[in-house]
Design a protein around this ligand. Structure first.
Ligand SMILES: [Zn+2]
Length: 159
C-alpha cells in the first residue's frame, strides 16, 4: 500500500497561503521510523495491521504497507482527521503565545492549550493501545493468532 501524494491544490483551497505542502511525517522521518521498527515484519513475514480495531496479522504485498486493507486505512485516516481537528486550534494557540510574558492572559491560554494537547495525546494513545489489545484478545479467543500477541504499546501509534 502506498501513501497517496498530498494534493497540493486541495490543500491550498482548504487553507489558502498555508504551508500545507509539508511532506507526510512518514516521509519526513522515514529513517527514524524504520530504526524504531514499529511496523517491522516478523520472521514469518507477517505484520500486524496498525488500525487498532483490527490489528490483524497479514502478509504485506507492498513495501511500507502498514494496513491489511483499504478499509482499515480509511478508518485510521478518518480517526487521524478527527484528532487533527481537535488538535489544530490548541496547536495554533500554543505556537502563537509560546513566548508570551509570564502572568499574562496569553501565557495562561498557552498553558491551557498545551494541557489540552497533552490530554488529547494521552487519551488517544491509551485508546489506541486499549483497542489494539482488545482486537488481539478477540483474535486469540478465535484462534486466529498462532503466536504471541504483538506489543500493543507500539502498534498503531507510528503509522
Ligand atoms: Zn486491518
Amino acid at each position: 500500500m502506498t501513501v497517496a501524494p498530498l494534493d497540493t491544490a486541495r490543500a491550498h483551497r482548504v487553507a489558502p497561503g498555508a504551508v500545507l505542502n509539508l511532506e507526510p511525517f512518514s516521509s519526513f522521518a522515514h529513517l527514524e521510523l524504520a530504526a524504531v521498527q514499529c511496523t517491522a515484519v516478523d520472521a514469518d513475514g507477517m505484520l500486524s495491521c496498525v488500525q487498532p480495531d483490527c490489528a490483524r496479522q497479514f502478509k504485506p504485498r507492498l513495501q511500507n504497507q502498514t494496513y491489511c486493507c483499504a478499509a482499515c486505512k480509511r478508518a485510521d485516516t478518518a480517526e487521524f482527521r478527527a484528532v487533527g481537528l481537535k488538535a489544530a486550534r490548541p496547536l495554533l494557540v500554543w505556537r502563537t503565545y509560546r513566548y508570551a510574558k509570564a502572568g499574562t492572559p496569553e501565557k495562561a491560554l498557552c498553558g491551557r492549550a498545551m494541557a489540552y494537547l497533552n490530554r488529547l495525546q494521552s487519551g488517544w494513545l491509551n485508546s489506541r493501545k486499549g483497542r489494539t489489545a482488545a482486537a488481539l484478545k478477540r483474535q486469540w479467543s478465535r484462534g486466529r493468532v498462532a503466536r504471541g500477541p504483538a506489543k500493543p504499546t507500539q502498534k498503531g501509534v507510528l503509522s
